[in-house]
Design a protein around this ligand. Structure first.
Ligand code: IMP
Length: 193
C-alpha cells in the first residue's frame, strides 16, 4: 500500500520512511511528488494541525494520507514555541533563527530549562481517521551543538543523555524521538485496520 506523507520536510520524511522500511507500506512525501503546496496551519493544537494537513492532502489526491504536526514545548516559556515551532522567530525564518531566539529567551532564567518535543501523527483515508501521540522529554542548552537532525535538535538534550539530538546518529534519534513514538504506534494501529 502507498501512503502519501503530507510533508515537504526532508528530515521528517527520512525519519518516517525508516519507520515503515521493511513493511508493505511505501511512504511518498509531498517533496517526492514535487508538490510544494503551502498548507495554512490555523489550528490551535498539534492534533488540529495534523488533521488539517492530512485532510488538505487527501482532498487533492483522494489517496490514504499520513501527516504529523510536531513542535517543542518549553516549561519556562509556558509551552512556547508550541504550535508555532516552525515559525517562532518569524515567518520563513531559519532553524538557526529559532534556536537563537529560544537561547535569548532562556539565558537569564535558572537551569534546568525543561522541555519536551511533541508529535501528533494522523492517518486519514477519507473514512477512517487514526491519531497517535509521542513525546520526548529533555532540557534546552544555551549553545548549538552537533550537525545532524533539524530544527531545535542542536539545543535539546534528551533526559538520560549528555549530548544534543544533533550529536545523535540518525538511527539513535529514530529509536527515541517523539515522532518515532507516534508513528510506531500509528503503524501498529494501521496493521489492525
Ligand atoms: P511542523 O512541520 O509544522 O510540524 O513544524 C515542526 C517544527 O517543530 C519544525 O520546523 C521544528 O522547528 C520543530 N520540530 C519538530 N520535530 C522536531 C525534531 O525532531 N527536532 C527538532 N525540531 C523539531
Amino acid at each position: 500500500m502507498k501512503l502519501i506523507f503530507a510533508t515537504q520536510n526532508i528530515g521528517k520524511a527520512k525519519e518516517v520512511k525508516a519507520i515503515f522500511a521493511n513493511t508493505s507500506i511505501e511512504i511518498v512525501s509531498l517533496y517526492d511528488l514535487g508538490n510544494n503546496i503551502d498548507i495554512e496551519e490555523h489550528g490551535s493544537t498539534f492534533s488540529e494541525n495534523a488533521f488539517i494537513k492530512a485532510k488538505t492532502v487527501y482532498d487533492i489526491y483522494r489517496e490514504p494520507v499520513l501527516a504529523d504536526d510536531s513542535g517543542l514545548s518549553i516549561d519556562q516559556l509556558d509551552g512556547r514555541p508550541g504550535v508555532y515551532s516552525a515559525r517562532y522567530a518569524a515567518e520563513n525564518c531559519t532553524y538557526e533563527d529559532n534556536n537563537l531566539k529560544v537561547i535569548n529567551e532562556l539565558k537569564e532564567l535558572p537551569e534546568p530549562h525543561k522541555a519536551k518535543f511533541i508529535s501528533c501523527a494522523v492517518f486519514y483515508d477519507g473514512k477512517n481517521k487514526i491519531e497517535t501521540f509521542g513525546e520526548l522529554h529533555g532540557r534546552m542548552i544555551m549553545e548549538q551543538r552537533g550537525k545532524n537532525g533539524f530544527g531545535y535538535d542542536p539545543i535539546f538534550i534528551p533526559d538520560g543523555y549528555e549530548k544534543t539530538i544533533s550529536e545523535f546518529e540518525f538511527e539513535e534519534k529514530n529509536r527515541i524521538s517523539h515522532r518515532a513514538m507516534s508513528f510506531n504506534l500509528l503503524k501498529e494501529k494501521l496493521f489492525d485496520l
